[in-house]
Design a protein around this ligand. Structure first.
Ligand code: ADP
Length: 494
């Protein structure tokens, strides 16, 4: 795979390189510093009594004068044993009196005696560094011993250990095969750790990469196609990335669904507005037309015609009124908080009352209107006013679509804790193709709306919505030319 700097993988590898690099570097610095200190400590401890031995072996000060001969001998002996060691003879105040180093290299005239006193007192943590006579700024480990002339302090022998050999860390390093080997092994370990880290990050970032690609594809599809994770099935009991995958997946499904619903709602709204304006416009235009005719023709109209026109105008205004009322009713029922008052009531009594209201209308249409109500019909739970509206709409339709001589029957049937109401007629029926649509708003089988068209196409939509609010459904069975039967049920109170 390519290393994109802004990818999660690139960032992880970058962070790892910085982290391992910092740890490695601090480890190297610590190791070298410690090694150097340790070498100095060992060196100083090893030569702790060197100065004392030299003083004991040679009579360096005799009386108040320096025994140059003995001093030269001591310098010479030491040079043979270890050329890195420098010996200095100090007076009791630390002033340098004589030294073994080549002339010109010594830059100090006196040495601070505090470290010497600490060294002589013993017990102090080693290494103790004293001033380096060859370097005005430098300090080095040393061995020191007082030179006594009888009871009088004649001076100090100050032996600088290691010379210039351990001056720098780099030189310590260069000088040790073991250290070099250890450094190479550590460097190889570091490279291996980096490679292993980089490889494991490829594996660890595999799922986020797939998720990101799937989300991108989802976006490209304009949020139409639900998210599809290829080559990875998130485990519900998995880690955070699995959970993220599952959440994003279900989120995408939800989004697709909601977008589809929004589109559907939008097109329904547009259809509805078109239907409403059409349905309102038709009676309104007729109403205006008749009124204008009456106004324009004035006295030239016969009494009879004038009356007929005004009657037609009235009929259209009534239709307009009914339409707006039903629209308002449906809108209220479909609002977030529809007005519904649940109570217990007798469906049998309600059916009788409603049927009573339609008796005259049925007689006018020469249709027999009957009821079949069992004696023991129990009380039901629901909103009595809304259920009355359901019965009215269904009876109204049954009478409207049944020819003279037909029959409309309302029956109640007790059925497993529910009371079902059935409104059947021997009318013209509804065809199989039309049946699924009759509950839609503004759906009317008779598309051609004549001047005196009855019905608004909202009646069954209102019925369906009211029953929905009662957690109930409306069923319909119909056979063209034979009749139609609507049925709904309400729960028995109790
Ligand atoms: P409308 O106000 O036109 O009656 P509805 O929503 O009440 O509107 O009914 C929708 C359509 O269903 C009607 O146009 C009608 O064709 C059909 N319909 C409803 N009830 C019956 C029935 N009992 N017999 C035959 N057709 C019916």
């Amino acid at each position: 795979m390519t290393l994109v700097p802004r990818s999660l993988y690139g960032k992880l590898v970058g962070a790892m390189v910085v982290l391992i690099g910092a740890i490695g570097l601090s480890y190297v610095i610590l190791a070298l510093g410690t090694t150097r200190l340790y070498l100095e400590e060992v060196n100083q401890k090893l030569h702790r009594s060197l100065a004392a031995s030299l003083v004991a072996e040679n009579e360096l000060v005799r009386g108040q004068t320096i025994n140059h001969e003995a001093l030269e001998q001591a310098f010479h002996n030491l040079m043979i044993v270890n050329p890195a060691i420098e010996v200095y003879l100090l007076d009791p105040d630390g002033r340098i009196l004589a030294f073994s180093a080549p002339p010109g290299k010594v830059r100090r005239e006196r040495i601070d005696l505090a470290p010497v006193a600490a060294f002589l007192a013993g017990g102090e943590a080693f290494p103790i560094r004293g001033q380096d006579p060859r370097d005005p700024e430098g300090y080095k480990v040393f061995s020191a011993a007082p030179i006594m002339d009888g009871d009088v302090l004649g001076g100090y022998l100050y032996v600088v250990l290691g010379g210039e050999a351990y001056d720098s860390v780099a030189r310590v390093f260069q000088g040790s095969y073991i250290l070099r080997l250890a450094a190479s092994v550590a460097a190889a370990g570091l490279v291996l750790a980096l490679a292993a880290g980089a490889l494991s990050f490829v594996w660890l970032t595999r799922r986020p990469r797939r998720l990101s690609a799937a989300v991108e594809a989802f976006k490209q599809s304009d949020f139409q196609e639900p998210l599809r994770l290829s080559g990875w099935r998130p485990n519900p009991r998995g880690d955070e990335i699995d959970h993220l995958g599952l959440t994003v997946e279900s989120m995408s499904q939800r989004m697709v669904q909601q977008i589809a619903q929004l589109r559907q709602a939008d097109s329904t709204r547009r259809d509805m507005v078109a239907n409403i304006s059409h349905d309102l416009r038709t009676p309104l235009t007729s109403l205006q037309g008749y009124l204008e005719t009456v106004l324009m023709k004035g006295d030239s109209l016969s009494q009879e015609d004038r009356r007929r026109y005004v009657e037609l105008a009235l009929k259209h205004s009534q239709r307009l009124g009914q339409l707006t009322e039903e629209l308002f009713e449906l809108a209220t029922l479909e609002s977030d908080e529809p007005p519904i008052q649940i109570e217990s009531f007798s469906l049998a009594e309600l059916v009788q009352d409603v049927v009573q209201k339609f008796r005259l209308e049925a007689e006018k249409r020469q249709i027999s209107l009957d009821t079949e109500i069992p004696q023991d019909a129990s009380a039901v739970t629901g909103d009595i006013a809304l259920i009355e509206r359901v019965l009215e709409n269904l009876i109204e339709n049954a009478l409207r679509y049944t020819p003279a001589g037909g029959r409309v029957c309302l029956s109640l049937i007790l059925d497993a804790g529910r009371v079902a109401a059935q409104i059947s007629d021997t009318g013209r029926g509804i065809s199989r193709e039309e049946l699924p649509h009759i509950f839609e708003r503004f759906y009317r089988v008779e598309k051609a709306r004549g001047d005196a068209a009855e019905g608004t196409g909202l009646g069954l939509a209102i019925v369906k919505r009211i029953l929905q609010l009662h957690d109930s459904a409306i069923e319909v069975e119909s056979e063209p030319g034979v009749g139609t039967s609507f049925r709904f049920a309400l729960p028995v109170t109790g």
